[in-house]
Design a protein around this ligand. Structure first.
Ligand code: AR6
Length: 183
């Protein structure tokens, strides 16, 4: 399902983000930038050592990446040119600024995309795996934040994809899309 916001096509797709034919893919990383499971493991396996080498350099230089922030590295063997690593919040019940931190992940990732002249970017569903953020809530935050960013930034990427791994996640994002774009 596609939605157009100003110059940007917003696409919800079910699939594997490592296969995305875009300029940059976003990784749901951890603060240490040390390879984990889920989408992080898949991206690092498919991208090869260039990603780990660049993450190691950021660890040495900056100590990692705080929750809600993002860093950018090359994408090694992937089709994409860049991986934008962002660190989502761990779900702790909803009263620990999880929504603000999750929104910040999308904002900071898109800010880095613009800075690096990225025209097309693909996001996974950040925080809704190992980090336990309820997917129906995360989907509303994700789509609202992306919509607002595009409305406020003329240089926003012209294609923004959400690549959702399973059908349940895709359904949550489609439902959220109906709510967010009905406003
Ligand atoms: N393509 C697209 N989405 C995927 C893929 C894939 N290849 N593989 C998994 N997903 P998670 P988090 C979905 O756990 O909750 C890691 O260990 C998955 O089904 O990857 O932010 C990191 O190192 C889910 O919908 O990320 C961190 O320690 C979504 O991606 C921690 O997990 C996010 O699930 C981050 O946890």
């Amino acid at each position: 399902m596609n939605t157009r916001i100003k110059q940007t096509d917003l696409e919800l797709i079910q699939g594997d983000i490592t296969k995305a034919e875009v300029d940059a893919i976003v990784n749901a990383a951890n603060s240490e930038l040390i390879g984990g499971g889920g989408v992080d493991g898949a991206i690092r396996r498919a991208g090869g050592t260039a990603i780990e080498n660049a993450c190691a350099e950021i660890r040495r230089r900056e100590g990692g990446c705080p929750t809600g922030k993002a860093v950018i590295t090359p994408a090694g063997d992937l089709y994409a040119k860049y991986v934008i690593h962002t660190v989502g919040p761990v779900w702790e019940g909803g009263n620990s600024a999880e929504a603000e931190l999750l929104a910040s992940c999308y904002q900071e990732s898109l800010r880095l995309a613009v800075e690096n002249h990225v025209q097309s970017v693909a996001f996974p569903s950040i925080s809704t795996g190992v980090y336990g953020y309820p997917t129906e809530k995360a989907a509303v935050v994700a789509l609202t934040t992306v919509k607002e960013f595009v409305e406020q930034n003329n240089a926003a990427p012209t294609t923004i994809q959400f690549i959702l791994f399973d059908e349940a996640t895709r359904t949550c994002y489609q439902d959220a899309q109906s709510v967010v774009f009905a406003k």
